[in-house]
Structure formats: structure tokens, C-alpha cells
Ligand binder design. Structure first.
Ligand code: NAD
Length: 361
């Protein structure tokens, strides 16, 4: 049987890491029929939009997709394709494991945690009002009438919606994952001491769901700034983290940094209708087309995809092959060398080829 999977190579370094990943998945022997669709910069050039409807239709049809990163122009131009995809497909859970891989340079080797980030709400919902726009002026007037605290006239505004529905489904997903995968504790991260209504709601929903899992899964809540410090100093205290969207975005990059950088951090966006796997890193435009960057994050995203498909043996074999290559430290990209200028560093495709050789050994 072959699996039909939507492949979105993305732009920048995306096509290179996507190619490396498909070679490794194919080398596991699992038959995948890659349905490639273009998004990002090449789609703008061809169709005038970074997210053609064909891409969304393909993911909806196949229900499983894997993508390379896509550039988001800062402060202008198109809205983030990544945010649009998450919203269009209602991929409400962003799942990002952070685990020490022997052979990588890290500040602390005791990291083995998994992050569940709410993916559809919060300041990331994309509800924004530009400086000087009629809607911003209207909103400022309304809010200044309603609230004792005043917003300055020369403000831009972003809205932070956090709902009971959105909080419940991500927190429940984190608890259910914890039970299913033998985890012991869920830590809910928030700033409810300041944002009493939005983060407060997220916390109260968490406390309610935690009570249902009492005796099976321990629960704690941690304020986000404290959590950042704790993660740097005592990451071994943490197991499963569940966070609203914006904190989840920031804390997952922090955790990627704890375990050897963006080059090795995988991720998944899961919804009830589809699952989209992707590395945590972005399109790193300065390295595009140079066959230089680390393909590990995308290959480990494919390991998560294989597990999602139920291909547990192939997933374990591919993960082991990646770990073995990194541990040996020979056929690895520049970012995994002790000296980033080490001339013995190999390119993206050469590291993928070494992983394929391990799989076949
Ligand atoms: P980035 O992750 O693209 O790159 C930051 C730095 O991290 C790079 O300069 C490089 O030094 C390192 N790095 C990243 N990936 C690496 C890899 N595979 N191997 C080795 N080193 C790697 O972050 P950025 O520069 O902030 O963002 C660039 C663009 O990517 C922006 O337009 C941003 O919006 C977009 N982005 C997209 C996604 C996504 O598609 N999911 C995620 C994050 C950022």
C-alpha cells in the first residue's frame, strides 16, 4: 500500500530540506506517493498568490502533508502562509518535541519535553488594525469609552482572543497525548497574573481538565517569564508543556535552542481533518540554494509523520539513522560541527545520503 502525502517544498531553503527528507523517507521502504504543490515565493511568481487553493485542496484530500518553510515578509505584503494554512485547515495543535540528541552541542543534556501550542487564537489570530486606519480610530474611541485605561490615538492594535473552545481542545489534546505516551506531568504556561481574562481563561480551563486526569497526570501552572528561566536552568523538571499561541511560538524556539538549534527541531500541526508536519525553522533566505543547511529538522518531522501514519518501525529506524549520523559527527552540516567553519562539514544532500546509507546498512 502506498500513502499519498501532500508535499509543500516552500521557498528559501525549503526545497533543499524537502528533497533531503523525501530521499530519507523513500529509503525507509515505506511507499509514499508525494503530491507536490507549490506555495510561497514560487507560487506568487506563477499564480500571484503564496497559497493557491490547489494546495489547500490537496491537503484536505490527502489529510497528511509535510512542508518546508515559507518566507513571511515582515510588516507588509502577504499574510503568513503558515498562519493561513493553520487557520484554513483548523490545525489547532502545534506539537514540538525537544529532545537532546547525543553528538549535538547543548547547554544542558537533560532535555526531553514536548510542547503543545494552541495554533488558531491569541495575538496570532491575525486580527489587527493599522495605525491611522478608520477601523483603528473607531476601535480606539470605543475602547476609550468602555475602559478606564486609555489607548493613545497614534496606536496600532492587535486583538488577543482566547476562547473556552480553543483552550479546551488544545489542553485536552495535551493531556490525552500524555496519557497515551506515558508522560507524567503537564505544565500549563500563562501570564494570567497580568492578562486575567484571556490567560486567566486558559488557566481555568486547564485546571478543570487537569481535575479529570487527577491521579494519572500531574498538573502545574507556570508563568511564562518564569518558565523561560526554569527551562534554561532546570529543563529536566519539564515533560509536557501546553501554551497559548504566542508564548508557544517563543518558548518552542527557546527549547530548540536548548537542544542544539533550529536545524534539528521538528514539528507538527494537527487538526481533526488534517495533519501538517514541518520543521520549526524558517526559510533562512541567506542560505537558499547553497546546499548548506541542516536537513535534520525536516527529516525528524517526517519521523513524526511516519508515526502518525502508523509506520512505527520505519519511524524508529529513520530516527535511529539520524541519531547515528549525528553521533558520529562526520557527515553532518556546519551547524553540528564544533567549529562552524570546519571545512569537513558536508552539505544538506550529503548528510541526507549518509542517513540513507545508515538505513540500508
Ligand atoms: P530562520 O529559521 O529562517 O533562520 C534563522 C537562522 O537560523 C538562520 O540564519 C540560520 O543561521 C539558522 N537556521 C535555520 N534553519 C536552519 C537549518 N535547517 N540548518 C542550519 N541553520 C539553520 O528564521 P528567520 O531568519 O527569522 O526567518 C526567515 C523567514 O522564514 C522569515 O520570512 C520568517 O517569517 C519565515 N519563517 C517561516 C516559518 C515556517 O515556514 N514555518 C517558520 C519561521 C520563520
Amino acid at each position: 500500500m502506498s500513502y499519498r502525502v501532500t508535499l509543500l517544498p516552500g521557498d528559501g531553503i525549503g526545497p533543499e530540506v524537502a528533497l533531503a527528507m523525501t530521499k530519507c523517507v523513500d529509503a525507509t521502504g515505506v511507499a509514499v506517493d508525494w503530491e507536490e504543490v507549490i506555495v510561497g515565493a514560487p507560487a506568487i511568481a506563477k499564480f500571484g498568490t503564496p497559497l493557491p487553493q490547489a494546495a489547500i485542496d490537496s491537503i484536505k484530500k490527502n489529510k497528511v502533508a509535510i512542508k518546508g518553510p515559507i518566507e513571511t515578509p515582515i510588516g507588509k505584503g502577504f499574510r503568513s502562509v503558515n498562519v493561513q494554512l493553520r487557520q484554513e485547515l483548523d490545525l489547532y495543535a502545534c506539537v514540538r518535541p525537544s529532545k537532546y540528541i547525543p553528538g549535538t552541542k547543548t547547554v544542558n543534556q537533560n532535555v526531553d519535553l514536548i510542547i503543545f501550542r494552541e495554533n488558531t487564537e491569541d495575538l496570532y489570530a491575525g486580527i489587527e488594525f493599522d495605525l491611522g486606519s478608520d477601523s483603528a480610530k473607531h476601535l480606539i474611541k470605543e475602547i476609550n469609552n468602555l475602559s478606564p485605561k486609555k489607548i493613545r490615538e497614534d496606536s496600532a492594535i492587535s486583538i488577543k482572543p482566547i476562547s473556552v473552545f480553543g483552550s479546551e481542545r488544545i489542553i485536552r489534546y495535551a493531556f490525552e497525548y500524555a496519557v497515551k505516551n506515558g508522560h507524567k506531568k503537564v505544565s500549563l504556561v500563562h501570564k494570567a497574573n497580568i492578562m486575567k481574562y484571556t490567560d486567566g481563561l486558559f488557566l481555568h480551563v486547564g485546571q478543570k481538565i487537569a481535575a479529570e486526569f487527577a491521579g494519572k497526570i500531574a498538573f502545574e501552572d507556570v508563568i511564562v517569564d518564569n518558565m523561560c528561566m526554569q527551562l534554561v536552568q532546570k529543563p529536566e523538571l519539564y515533560d509536557v508543556l501546553v501554551l497559548p499561541n504566542l508564548y508557544g511560538d517563543i518558548v518552542s524556539d527557546l527549547c530548540a535552542g536548548l537542544v542544539g538549534g533550529l536545524g534539528i527541531a521538528p514539528g507538527a500541526n494537527i487538526g481533526s481533518a488534517a495533519a501538517l508536519f514541518e520543521p520549526v525553522h524558517g526559510s533562512a533566505p541567506k542560505y537558499a540554494g547553497k546546499n548548506k543547511v541542516n536537513p535534520t529538522a525536516t527529516i525528524l518531522s517526517a519521523v513524526m509523520m511516519l508515526r502518525h501514519l502508523g509506520e512505527l518501525k520505519a519511524a524508529a529506524a529513520l530516527e535511529k539513522a539520524v541519531y547515528d549520523v549525528i553521533k558520529e559527527g562526520k557527515d553532518v552540516t556546519y551547524d553540528l560541527k564544533a567549529d562552524r567553519n570546519d571545512p569537513s562539514a558536508v552539505g544538506t544532500q550529503e548528510m541526507a545520503a549518509a542517513i540513507c546509507r545508515k538505513l540500508k546498512a
